[in-house]
Ligand binder design. Structure first.
Ligand code: PGA
Length: 257
C-alpha cells in the first residue's frame, strides 16, 4: 500500500446543468485543491464544460474526464472524444469502465481498449470495478477478478504505475452513507485486488498501485475508508458537488497518515 498523498476524484457525472454553475464549482474545487496539503484532487466535469472552466492545473489539482472513446481517432466517430483530445484539453486522468458506462453496454474488452488508448495518450486511467450484488459466498470476488483480468489484459508491467483502480460496488453507488461498503470489507477487497494485480504485473505493482473506494462517500464515512480501510483515496460522486462537503472530505484525506 502506498504511503503517498491521498487521491480524491470528484466525479460530477451529468452535473451541473449550466456552464456558469460548472465554472463556480470548478473554482471552489480548485481553491480546495490548492489549499489542502496531503491530497491530490482531480475534478471530472462533463467534457463540454472543460473549455468553460479554463483549467489550469496546480501541484495538487488536476483535471480528469469521465470517459474516452474506444477509438484512437481523429476520424469518423460521431459523438465521442478521444483520449488524445482529452489530454490536449488539459486532462491528466480519465475514468474507465464506470458502472454507469458498463450499464450502458460497455464490455470488459471495450474497457481494455480504452485503458490502452488512455495510457498511450498519457492519461492516467482510473479503472472502475465492482460487483452488482454482494453474496455471502464470495462469488462477487470472481466478478471483480474478471473485470480486472480483462480490463488490464495485455498491459505492460511498466504501465501499472500509471494506473489507478477504483473499487465501487454498484449496490453502494447513489445511496446513503449507511448503505456504503464498510471499511473492513473494503480493506479485504482491496487486498484481493492487489493479489490480482500481483498475478498480472508482480509484487511491486501490487504494492504501489492506488486502490480507491467509491460509492456513497460522504464526509461521515470518508475517514473510515481512509484510515481503517487504508484506501489510497476516494471516488466521490454526489458529495463532490457540494464544495463544503468536498472540502471536509479533502481535509480528512489530508490528515490521514
Ligand atoms: P456517489 O457516486 O458518490 O454519488 O455514490 C460515486 C460514483 O458513481 O462514482
Amino acid at each position: 500500500m502506498t504511503t503517498s498523498k491521498k487521491l480524491i476524484v470528484a466525479n460530477w457525472k451529468m452535473n451541473p446543468e449550466t456552464p456558469r454553475e460548472a465554472k463556480d464549482l470548478y473554482a471552489a474545487a480548485k481553491l480546495i485543491g490548492s489549499k489542502i496539503s496531503g491530497v491530490d484532487l482531480v475534478v471530472c466535469p462533463p467534457t463540454i464544460f472543460i473549455g468553460f472552466v479554463g483549467h489550469k492545473g496546480t501541484k495538487n489539482f488536476s483535471l480528469g474526464v469521465q470517459d474516452v472513446a474506444p477509438d484512437k481517432g481523429p476520424g469518423a466517430f460521431t459523438g465521442t472524444i478521444s483520449a488524445a483530445m482529452a489530454a490536449y484539453a488539459g486532462a491528466e486522468y480519465t475514468l474507465v469502465g464506470h458502472s454507469e458506462r458498463r450499464a450502458a453496454g460497455e464490455t470488459d474488452e471495450l474497457i481494455n481498449t480504452k485503458m490502452k488508448l488512455a495510457l498511450s495518450a498519457e492519461l492516467t486511467p482510473i479503472l472502475c470495478v465492482g460487483e452488482k450484488e454482494r453474496d455471502s459466498h464470495g462469488d462477487y470476488l470472481e466478478v471483480i477478478r474478471t473485470q480486472l483480468e480483462k480490463g488490464l489484459a495485455g498491459l505492460k508491467k511498466s504501465q501499472f504505475k500509471n494506473i489507478v483502480i477504483a473499487y465501487e460496488p454498484v449496490w453502494a453507488i447513489g445511496k446513503t452513507a449507511a448503505v456504503a461498503d464498510s471499511p473492513e470489507s473494503f480493506f479485504q477487497t482491496a487486498l484481493f485486488i492487489r493479489k490480482i494485480v500481483s498475478n498480472l504485473a508482480g509484487k511491486e505493482a501490487a504494492h504501489s498501485i492506488k486502490v480507491l473506494y467509491g460509492g456513497s462517500v460522504s464526509s461521515k464515512n470518508a475517514q473510515g475508508f481512509l484510515e481503517e480501510g487504508k484506501a489510497d483515496g476516494l471516488l466521490v460522486g454526489r458529495a463532490s458537488l457540494d464544495p463544503i462537503t468536498l472540502k471536509a472530505i479533502c481535509l480528512i484525506a489530508g490528515s490521514v497518515k
